[in-house]
Design a protein around this ligand. Structure first.
Ligand SMILES: [Zn+2]
Ligand SMILES: [Zn+2]
Ligand SMILES: [Zn+2]
Ligand SMILES: [Zn+2]
Length: 461
């Protein structure tokens, strides 16, 4: 996108003269040629000034008024949305050479536009997501509701903050990437964790390790299927973090009611802590064999749901009464999973949200649309292998969620004393600051006091 200001050589004597402005929209290949107003002395401070001065002058036609509003909008939108550049080699073909000359004569206008960007729009540019605002108060408003923080996924090249890894992926790879970042990412970026490395070699070395495979572990686990209904802590120290997954069979007249038919829990080392078939409290009407692999005989003598529920509840709380569970330094275990609400609901297990780490609800792993990604997609995109092909094993889901959790937990983010906007010390992002104080800050200062609205898993480390 480029904006070229065309300053006519002859000037009108009034306080206002007209200039042509050409707005080139590269992406859509549309050329708009229209008139824009400016101050007679050529001091084009900003688009607001045009309009205000225009309004104060006499004898305006209504259509011109409308046009000015339209142009103002267009101009501000262009400036705010795109980093324009002055791209003369690409003047539209229908311009005569004399007009090109006069465009060339408007270098000063371009300089003014540059100054306008640096003094006005840049000042109001969000230091995190780079959005630009006409007025400082709009930037302050944006900061109040954006909860930008050091915990957001960030472009390793331009440092742009993104709400999720998916929007970072779009920024780096497409469909509408930032070209400069894409070029570097193509040779130095890991396509799984989206980190940038010093050289293509360093990238290759890293990426081979970043991509995982479901591999041997899962198969071995299935061979030595531990299914005696006891919780096994022999293979590991008392785990502080466990991942849980269930496979559901169908109940009810049409088989659409989800009932837990099989459960698995693994520790941080992907060792099985507990694995069992579960006998639902009501009759199973659809075993969903194609995906669950569960046959009626597997559930006939399986452990009743109530027993499983008690076992898991006790195991998670680990001797801590539910009301006493705190996020830190307690005995209760961190529970990892994908769509834990549903799993816990079917198991009739209650567990406080502060102890749950749900890959379906962790904002950096969600879609740009703020909907959840499937575990299958996350495993493919972030870990680089396929799961849930054919008959699904809950062990495989446990391992995938645990790996995603470990990866998110190992992110290196700056340590802050009070990392959450909801921490009392932050008084919910900016509430303790006066509006005038905020408006006098630089975008960087605003970012420095902004805090996250979600609990980043790096804080578990
Ligand atoms: Zn922002
Ligand atoms: Zn973090
Ligand atoms: Zn970037
Ligand atoms: Zn990587």
């Amino acid at each position: 996108m480029a904006i070229i200001l065309h300053r006519p050589r002859e000037r009108s004597t009034g306080s206002i003269s007209q200039r042509n402005i050409l707005v080139q929209q590269w992406t859509r290949s549309i050329w708009i040629t229209t008139n824009v107003l400016s101050c007679d002395d050529g001091a084009m401070l900003n688009a607001k000034n045009y309009t205000e001065e225009y309004k104060t002058s006499n004898g305006l036609k209504e259509s011109s008024q409308t046009q000015v509003v339209g142009i103002k909008f267009l101009l501000l939108t262009c400036i705010n949305t795109f980093q324009y550049s002055y791209l003369l080699p690409q003047v539209p073909p229908f311009l005569s050479s004399s007009r090109v000359d006069s465009i060339l004569a408007t270098q000063s206008a371009a300089v003014l536009m540059d100054r306008m960007e640096s003094s006005e729009a840049l000042r109001n540019k969000c230091a995190a997501c780079f959005r630009q605002f006409n007025r400082m108060e709009h930037l302050v408003e944006h900061m109040r509701t954006s909860f930008h923080s050091v915990h957001e996924p960030m472009c390793g090249i331009c440092n742009k903050h993104c709400r999720s890894f998916e929007s970072l992926r779009e920024h780096l790879i497409g469909p509408l990437p930032k070209q400069e970042c894409k070029n570097i990412f193509n040779v130095q970026g890991c396509r799984f964790c989206l980190a940038i490395f010093d050289s293509p070699n360093a990238r290759r070395f890293h990426q081979e390790r970043c991509q995982l495979s479901s591999g041997l572990n899962a198969r071995l686990a299935n061979l030595s299927l531990r299914d005696n209904g006891t919780i096994d802590l022999t293979s590991a120290r008392d785990p502080q973090v466990v991942a849980l997954a269930c496979k559901m069979v169908g109940g009810g007249s049409d088989g659409s009611l989800d009932l837990c038919g099989r459960i698995c829990i693994v520790d941080e080392n992907e060792h099985i802590v507990f694995q069992a078939y579960v006998k639902p409290p009501i009759p199973v009407t659809n075993y969903r064999y194609e995906t669950t692999g569960i046959r009626p005989e597997y559930l006939r003598d399986a452990i009743p749901l109530r027993q499983v529920q008690r076992k898991i509840q006790d195991f998670l709380c680990n001797g801590e009464p539910m009301w006493k569970i705190r996020p830190r330094n307690g005995r209760a275990r961190i529970l990892v999973g994908h769509g834990l609400d549903q799993d816990l609901d079917r198991l009739q297990v209650e567990y406080p949200a502060i102890m749950r780490r749900d890959t379906a609800k962790y904002p950096p792993l969600m879609k740009t649309s703020k909907l959840s990604n499937s575990l299958k997609y996350l495993t493919q995109a972030y870990l680089g292998y396929d799961i849930q092909t054919g008959i699904q094993d809950p062990y495989e889901d446990c391992v995938a969620t645990m790996r995603l959790y470990m990866r998110m937990k190992s992110q290196t983010h700056r340590r802050e004393d009070y990392p959450l906007a909801s921490d009392p010390q932050n008084r919910n992002n900016f509430a303790s600051w006066r509006q005038s104080e905020l408006e006098s800050m630089t975008p960087e200062e605003l970012l420095a006091i902004s805090r996250s609205d979600y609990y980043c898993w790096c804080l578990d480390a």
